[in-house]
Design a protein around this ligand. Structure first.
Ligand code: NAX
Length: 329
């Protein structure tokens, strides 16, 4: 099959890292933008990782992907974001022992502010951005604030891994396929305060709560298992989630550029315009539907006092993160 379409440029930052190693091959094989959509990969790394990136690119070559038209490896922001239509911001500085949350936010501010400016100045007019690097909601807010020419609805932070974890857990618990679990989305921050909203979810079209029939488990172990899954994976593997994170990044982009399954919704952290009384401007995990071109937040869902309290906690955390980086906004 020959590919006559114009290639789409996709930027991946932190491309030589763990997630990059799972993500690039799936983008190049067509799993993200479609089986007949050629791509150019623009890979950003810091200088010390350029050698490792060379190896990653050798492997991309050795896959002989028909859709992969070119690979650009760089540590220069202009080159990385030039003409890009999708920017996947994965690279960031992980939290190290002794590092306060505010230190982490400010170090990453130093990464995401300049990246936001470069996206503003050099990316394609249709650019969309998915922030994966943690703390992803606030990193996304920082980058968005540095890019005044790019509409706020083009920015996404990744809460999809948490949604996938929650769906899979429910499917196992009640013995159905993950396809049978719908409407189960993550509210708020991609952190331990996130709220996997079981109240508005369905299993085979019936209210999830009535199928699971164990509110104590839903309020307790279910939520904590989803919230702490990342830590459990580090404990077992000695390294943080990578394949499942890359998979969730692919799922996130697919869910923006394709219509949402009828009756379902997806988890994306998008800019709040005040929906559900969430303060305007926060990059907040909401239930989202897409028609393949534009997306909207599902409105009119109801939350009981338990859910309201969970949403309040995660909102407060995001407000305190915003406060910690206000000098960067
Ligand atoms: P790695 O440490 O394996 O890779 C990060 C890469 O980023 C490194 O190669 C590093 O050289 C590069 N990097 C650092 N600063 C950079 C900069 N200024 N410009 C370009 N590249 C830079 O981490 P990995 O496991 O790949 O995880 C990447 C990020 O994803 C981390 O922040 C991690 O916390 C976050 N995650 C987010 C998840 C989510 O659901 N939103 C889940 C998985 C993951 O924990």
């Amino acid at each position: 099959m020959s590919n006559s379409n114009t290639p789409i440029h996709v930027t991946v930052t932190g491309a030589a890292g763990q997630i990059g190693y799972s993500l690039l091959y799936r983008i190049a094989s067509g799993q993200m933008l479609g089986a007949d959509q050629p791509v150019v990969l623009r890979l950003l790394e810091i200088e010390p990782a350029m050698k490792a990136l060379e190896g990653v690119i050798m492997e991309l070559d050795d896959c002989a992907f028909p859709l992969l038209q070119d690979v650009v490896a760089t540590s220069d922001l202009k080159t990385a974001f030039d003409s890009t239509s999708w920017a996947l911001l994965v690279g960031s500085i992980p939290r190290k022992a002794g590092m306060e949350r505010n230190d982490l936010l400010n170090i990453n501010g130093g990464i995401f502010g300049p990246q936001g400016r470069a996206i503003n100045d050099y990316a394609s007019d249709d650019v969309r951005i998915l922030v994966v690097g943690n703390p992803c909601n606030t990193n996304c807010l920082i980058a968005r604030s540095a890019a005044p020419d790019i509409p706020a609805d083009r920015w996404f932070a990744m809460t999809r891994l948490d949604q996938n974890r929650a769906r899979s857990l429910i499917a196992k618990r009640v013995g159905v396929s993950v396809e049978d679990v719908s409407g189960l989305v993550i509210w708020g921050n991609h952190s331990s305060t996130q709220f996997p909203d079981f109240e508005n979810a369905q299993v085979q079209g019936k209210p999830l709560e009535s199928v699971v029939n164990d509110r104590t488990w839903l309020e307790g172990d279910f939520i904590t298992t989803v919230q702490q899954r990342g830590a459990k994976i580090i404990e077992a593997r000695g390294a943080s989630s990578a394949a499942s994170a890359a998979n969730a990044a692919i799922d996130s982009v697919v869910s923006v550029v394709n219509p949402t399954r009828k009756g379902d919704c997806v988890s994306l952290a998008v800019v709040s315009q005040g929906e559900y009384s969430i303060p305007e401007g926060l990059q907040f995990g909401f239930p989202v539907v897409s028609d393949g071109k534009s997306w909207k937040i599902i409105e009119g869902l109801s939350h009981d006092s338990f859910a309201q309290e969970r949403i309040r906690l995660t909102t407060e955390e995001l407000l305190s993160e915003r406060e910690a980086v206000k000098a960067l906004l």
